[in-house]
Design a protein around this ligand. Sequence first.
Ligand SMILES: *Cc1c(COP(=O)(O)O)cnc(C)c1O
Length: 437
Amino acid sequence: MDESNERAGRACGPVLTSVRMTDEGVTKLPEQGVSWPELRAEMLTRGQHDANWREGKTAVYVFNAGDDVTQVQKEAYALYQSENGLGPAAFPSLHHMELDVVRMGLTLLHGDADATGNMTSGGTDSITMAVKAARDFHRSMAGDDHRQRNIVIPQSAHPAFDKASTLMDLEVRRVPIRSDHLADVTAMSDAADDDTVMIVGSAPSFPFGLIDPIVELSDLAQERGLWLHVDACVGGYIAPFVRMNGAPIPPFDFELPGVSSMSADLHKYGYCAKGASTVLFRSEELRSHMVFDHRLWPGGRMVTPTLAGTRPGGAISAAWAVMHYLGEAGYRTKHRQVTDARESIEAGVGELGFEVLGSPQLGLVAFSHPDLDVFAIYKQMYRRGWITALVTDPPALHLMLSPFHAEVTHTYLADLSDSVAVVRGGDTERVTEARYS
Ligand SMILES: *Cc1c(COP(=O)(O)O)cnc(C)c1O
């Protein structure tokens, strides 16, 4: 990999800088249009320095469920890519596809007859809208008296909660987690007060891939009348199937009476096209606090359930198509490949002296090393073409596995063995702080 690749690397410094007008090599609007074949060729060339995910060498950002699923995503997206989910009356097709998708999600996550929800553009959108609903619900109960409200989240929760809180002027109380990397329910209970609009558990957390003690959080929520959000962004569309496959996944969803809302991303382990997530609520009463209903402008009444105005029809139609294409049996098969891959990785890294953090059950796994610098090992893996994530506390390598990875665990472990040997041999060049999403 060359230096420009280095810049694209997850763990190799800032990547999302903005353009400056003096930058060279950044194009202006061409005076005359360029033909599509020419553009297409250039676009493919531009992709040559991207992460090599098609060969399975990327275990973050991308979910590779096979070429057939990718084709369904693309064609189903293209069928409705011009339509707009903002107009349910104009596009009843999309409206009903969204209803179907949400209902499929709610069924998997034990929503009862009152449960409801919407599709959003992604996990951050789902979380932001759940926080908004919880805040406005709290206002409706306690009065909008400009008090400083807060959310109480485990240290391992996703930064989307901080982003949402910044937008809504909420205080974030990040509570230290237990030594087993799970949410500390007692400490969260101590951190919550009358101004707490939401408490959060992850199923699972991104850094550790471990499911927080949601049963205890649900009990706490019920005892204290708190809104519990379960962030199942990365777990919502895999955990139910892994349970069907026989793993003892503990209750983590609307089955628990204290759970008020959930986020579950279709564009992760739902294997749908990007731009698709679900935000789900125990009841329409709770969801109603999310919806924005506006008429004080000359354009007429506009009702938007989520942050977006225009909602890309393709993200909805692709999600609908992939879910129907795979069905329960398809998801169970794909997710079996994921958990098989995770089990091979766990066994292999154990032989190399790593320690897996906790007992992951889904598709994420993190592992630390008792005496080697994992940031140096990452550097070696990166040189061998791998782009994965890192955990900083404790320092650990991190993988988010796809079905396709079942075919490349041996390559990964062979490269990891070489990398360990190089680092043991004294090459301690390391990557710096990772970026997380
Ligand atoms: C990915 C993820 C999110 C954020 O989802 P985006 O689709 O990237 O916005 C939130 N929480 C968890 C646990 C995640 O893994």
